[in-house]
Design a protein around this ligand. Structure first.
Ligand SMILES: Nc1nc2c(ncn2[C@@H]2O[C@H](COP(=O)(O)OP(=O)(O)O)[C@@H](O)[C@H]2O)c(=O)[nH]1
Ligand SMILES: [Mg+2]
Length: 339
């Protein structure tokens, strides 16, 4: 599901714009008149099948696989056409955990700007690889001075609650803001005790919405703080009405931003599955979690390079006061190539 906000002078005008951009099947999630008189409409629509990649069933799935195989054969032939050095690099990148598709994109990009003999020079190659990474991966700094509502998404165990505690600590102690922690994850055993513990350590209010009906009450906390941090359960948007709870959050906090946590712990197909599941919401950034636990970040970088979502933070340990830092692209590239 794609969620989008549109603006215009009248409801009719915005709706027309929504239908023109997203098709007749748009569902209206919320509408309101802004202080300046403008209308704001939040709508959702399922992306068309072809935009969802190879996730159709049966025969279509098989055709998709065959298409992918053919493409990779064509790519391998083309890499060979770029010379021996390009082929070595292509194979090395694949060994580091990158997919054929991304490895080919990199080699083709590098070979375009370099002579064949340059590809054999280690230093030139490293410099060019760095240039490619720095130009292809965007970063963002989500912490702003205005009121914020930050929701973290991702599978169970990826590090959402710990990362929220780290963000709460930055907001509370470094940026001296009023912080509140709310959770939509009322199911996980011990999750409420864990949140209460975090709330106590950081001296911040904590509230949990077990049911959808409790969301508005719990989000009243937002009025008393500068930064509201939102924890979520980790079994996908379909779990116990999470999607609907998140829609309510978007209505209650129009400035809400969502971030997806990915970790090098997981295989590439799992990372891509999470990206597909959660990018149905509009994601502000990806957070790379637990990069201290595995130096093999190739699959993670492959997933990152396959989606145009910027990166924000990376987390590097269990200490909620220290182990988070803005994404460092150079460090990630070094980790990938040295693994
Ligand atoms: N090594 C390491 N462990 C982490 C990191 N972030 C979280 N953890 C640990 O991973 C486990 C699951 O984290 P948690 O925040 O509960 O995950 P959640 O289920 O997504 O909320 C806990 O034991 C955390 O202490 C990190 O950056 N590095
Ligand atoms: Mg949790």
């Amino acid at each position: 599901m794609v969620v989008k906000k549109l603006f215009g002078n009248t409801m009719k005008e915005v709706l027309r714009q929504a239908k023109a951009e997203l098709g007749e099947d748009v569902v209206i999630l919320s509408q309101k008149r802004l202080a300046g008189g403008e209308m704001e409409l939040t709508v959702a629509v399922d992306p068309p099948l072809e935009a969802r990649g190879c996730d159709a069933n049966g025969l279509e799935n098989e055709l998709c696989e065959i298409k992918k195989m053919l493409l990779s054969l064509v790519e391998e032939r083309e890499v060979m056409g770029l010379g021996k050095a390009a082929l070595f690099l292509y194979q090395e990148l694949k060994e580091k955990g990158l997919s054929e598709k991304v490895a080919y994109q990199i080699v083709r990009d590098l070979a375009q700007g370099m002579g064949p003999e340059d590809l054999l020079k280690k230093e030139v190659l490293q410099k060019e690889l760095r240039r490619f990474f720095f130009s292809r991966i965007e970063t963002t700094e989500p912490l702003a001075d205005e009121k914020m509502c930050i929701g973290l998404l991702g599978r169970t165990g990826v590090g959402k609650t710990t990362t929220l505690a780290k963000l709460a600590s930055i907001e509370r102690f470094h940026r001296k803001r009023r912080v509140g922690l709310v959770s939509l994850d009322g199911e996980k055993v011990g999750s409420s005790e864990e949140l209460q513990r975090i709330g106590k350590i950081l001296d911040i209010p904590v509230a949990i919405a077990y049911e959808r009906s409790e969301v508005p009450k719990v989000f009243e906390l937002g009025a008393r703080v500068d930064t509201l941090l939102v924890d979520t359960p980790g079994k996908g948007l379909g779990e116990k009405g999470l999607r609907e709870k998140l829609f309510d959050v978007m209505t209650l906090c129009p400035h809400a931003q969502f971030h997806l946590l990915l970790s090098p712990h997981y295989r590439r197909d799992v990372l891509l599955q999470d990206l597909e599941e959660y990018s149905r919401l509009s994601l502000k950034s990806l957070i790379l979690a637990k990069v201290d636990e595995s130096r093999r970040v190739g699959s993670l970088m492959d997933a990152v390079l396959s989606h145009p979502i910027p990166l924000s933070w990376m987390t590097t340990g269990q200490d909620i006061l220290h182990d988070i830092l803005p994404v460092n692209k150079g460090m990630l590239l070094d980790m990938m190539m040295e693994a």
